[in-house]
Design a protein around this ligand. Structure first.
Ligand code: KIV
Ligand code: NA
Length: 265
């Protein structure tokens, strides 16, 4: 199997082939997703919500992100593995940002990092890129800024915020980012950005006119039941399947049905 590289993602955009991306945080799940032909696996800081049960992405640490990334990297044979830089590991200054990015690359074996923001983190992005680490940008509803936004609703509906997003997207490309995630913004704006940029634009809640799509895997598999934003398509109802399976197991244990003679030594 051929490994997916950042260069291949660029080529995919040029030939109009859409890029498929999902999150992954552990070995077993990453094995399944990679085996199914996913192009990019994102070790998202959404692990803070999905894996650890926090309300926001803010509490997850760099050590915890590296642990998740190591587990995913061990599973992957083909996909490009992108690792989120967690809140607090890059916003302070560019030296700290570089140090955090190097730790992720060295200790996890991931192939690239992602961080949230535009002009504000320009210097950090430049230094990380200079060290030879590929960077994916992330604009729009950036969850690490949730306390600034105050709400998880659609971003950049106003002209001023849309204009800044367009400028930031161009800046990220000019700095040398290999791709960009746009989260929860109007389709028309995402389309405009994807057409303007030569690097791949990957959307989540950003409509169909972008170069690829990303979802949180637990959401699209229906493991997280409560989270039902409009942009989410559910491909399975795994929470129900798992609930039924565990219910039957409990019954079988209680009723002495499990284990049977054949299941014993
Ligand atoms: O952490 C995450 O899951 C993400 C994606 C939603 C883009 O950043
Ligand atoms: Na993230």
């Amino acid at each position: 199997v051929k490994l997916v590289t950042t260069h291949q993602l660029l080529a995919m955009k040029r030939r109009g082939e859409k890029i498929s991306m999902l999150t992954a945080y552990d070995f077993s799940m990453a094995t399944i997703l990679d085996g199914a032909g996913i192009d990019v696996l994102l070790v998202g800081d959404s692990a803070s919500n999905v894996m650890a049960g926090h309300e926001t992405t803010l509490p997850i640490t760099l050590d915890q992100m590296i642990y998740h990334a190591q587990s995913v990297v061990r599973a992957v044979k083909r996909a490009l593995v992108v690792v989120d830089m967690p809140f607090g590991s890059y916003q302070g200054n560019s030296s700290e940002a570089l140090r955090s990015a190097i730790r992720i690359m060295k200790e996890s074996g991931g192939h690239a990092i992602k961080l949230e923001g535009g002009a504000e983190i320009k210097e950090s992005i430049t230094r990380i890129l200079t060290a030879g680490i590929p960077v994916m940008g992330h604009l729009g509803l950036t969850p690490q800024s949730i306390y600034k936004f105050g709400t998880y609703t659609v971003r950049a509906k106003e002209e001023a915020e849309a204009q800044k997003l367009i400028e930031d997207a161009q800046l990220l490309q000019d700095l040398g980012c290999f791709a960009l995630v746009l989260e929860k913004i109007p389709s028309t704006l995402a389309k405009q950005v994807a057409e303007k940029l030569s690097i791949p634009v990957i959307g989540i809640g950003a409509g169909p006119n972008v170069d690829g799509q990303v979802l949180v895997v637990h959401d699209m598999l229906g493991i997280t039941k409560e989270f039902k934003p409009r942009f989410l398509r559910r491909y399975a109802e795994l929470a129900d399947l798992m609930h039924d399976a565990v219910t039957r197991y409990v019954q079988d244990v209680k009723s002495h049905d499990f284990p049977s003679a054949e299941e014993a030594y």
